[in-house]
Design a protein around this ligand. Sequence first.
Ligand code: GUN
Length: 302
Amino acid sequence: MTATLLDGKKLAETIREEIRLATAKFIAETNVQPSLTVILVGENPASQVYVRNKETACIAAGMKSDVIRLPETTSTDELLELIEKLNSDASVHGILVQLPLPKGIDEKRILDAISPEKDVDAFHPENVGLISQGRPRFLPCTPYGIQELLRRYSIETAGKEVVIVGRSDIVGKPMALLMVQKGAAADATVTVCHSRTRDLSEVTRRADILIVAIGKAEFVTADMVKPGAVVIDVGMNRKEKTVIGDDGQPTVKNKLVGDVDFDAVKEVAGAITPVPGGVGPLTVTMLLLNTLNSARQSASNA
Ligand code: GUN
């Protein structure tokens, strides 16, 4: 059996075009341009790429994008002061502090300082609480993107066994909160696995929908997947691969791989997301939608 490919890249293009049109309509109606400010501290190479992607996507959607780049030596207090300024700037609708922050900065204090009304990552405890109670202000971008992928590919979730591997605050835990809620693209029976789970393969093989977010290259193998299951791979790992060139000489190249052994698992699964081109492009797309929705909420409160 060869799985259906869940094309996150193509779906992201479709949704981004919808957001672009909705943004143009919003601007025409209100004369307000939705605006996102991203704060990047330090020189983390992966973060630099992610932030550039966010900036490009924002501009393409017709939104205002500001990126504030700060040195590695920035203190918690300096960052708190900047966030306070952005919180009280009515022209800023979304504030995102790119993670991870350099060692020495108090990440919890920083994330807690972002106004919940501008917290387009949905990391603030108030927003997590609202999600938990099924009345979200914003949805966290990666889980929201995955839920949208399931919805738009008409993958039934009601009563299904959803198994999530990984319990991070960014993906695993909020993903579980979304899938367990009442309503469309949810209503699932949810299990969250982690490093202390006993007999992991036995649990993952129960999954009708298996969502993997642990950051370990090709960790999920074919024997861990029930035939016909839907497999969602959130991983983004660099793997060294030796390639023999035309001159017969080996060179080591960096290849981007997920948390799932794609080539083997696609022969067992019913549907699967690739890496790259699966979940990643949807994450940025949902950030755009959260920024537009924040601008809408701000306009309706004005
Ligand atoms: N770093 C990796 N993923 C994310 C994310 O979703 N939001 C932020 N702010 N930083 C990240």
